[in-house]
Design a protein around this ligand. Sequence first.
Ligand code: RIB
Length: 309
Amino acid sequence: MLNNKAILVIGGINMDFVVKAERVPKPGETLIGSDFSIIPGGKGANQAVCIARLRGKAILGGCLGKDQLGQQLKSGLEKEGVITDYISMDEKEHSGVTMIIINKDGDNSIVLDPGANMKFSPERASSLEKILPRVSIVLSQLEIPVETIDFIFNKAKKIGITTILDAGPAKPLPPSLLSNTDILSPNQTELESLLKRRITNVEQAKNEAEKLLEWGIKTVILKLGDKGSYLLTAKEKLYFPAFKVTPVDTTAAGDAFMGALCLSLTQNKPLPQAIEFANLAGAYTVTKMGAQPSLPTLEEIEKMRSKIR
Ligand code: RIB
């Protein structure tokens, strides 16, 4: 059963419809693609599966449609060992879906129709309140209503639980949510959107991220893709270069990073060590196609670490 090392992930659960193409088509253009596949994804689900594959205890809160995709996604999560008791099935909305194009460099372009994800209301999430005393971290992203994240983070902070927010997909964040977030983790695009300014390089991203400290966020972790990651607190400024890999598909690399980071933190690893582990998990994910199929096990991360050393 649950122990105080469990990680509660609240977030999006989607089915990804993926094709490979040379590039994203221009308006009015039809391109011939290849390798069509239907793959379980969603930022919340990916993060929960990553934690479970790394032998952590992940509880996932979210909402699916009461449809075939919803049933498929839920049973896939159960097979991965994710606790799914707090996933609602909405009668009217379809399950979350995405259309993803992977270009020749392995970069993805995603359109998300969140469907039932947006029905994960604070009322639905309130059943999670009773398990909060048994979790050590609450992790979320922004594929579910911001009010729900705000509601759960507020309850979590009242009893001293660490709250971690992945700032994707980019959305404005209300002050109440910012004040209840211990660690905020945007990528470069999300940082641009939060600060409403264009950021063109890593040095600028590192400097601009200081604004988030001024907003009251105590810990910022920038995810900079193949440029690595950056930890920023009032006391520390630490840059972590990325591990060099040949990219196949970058989808879910950020989710692997967040899941692995949380798992490491529940093992009481210091932040820099947790970020190094998270970087490895993210790098591994980039070498495989798809969201959930590309998430690493502990053995796969260790194998990769030994090759890199
Ligand atoms: O972060 C990757 C995920 O973002 C995909 O699995 C897709 O579902 C979108 O939510």
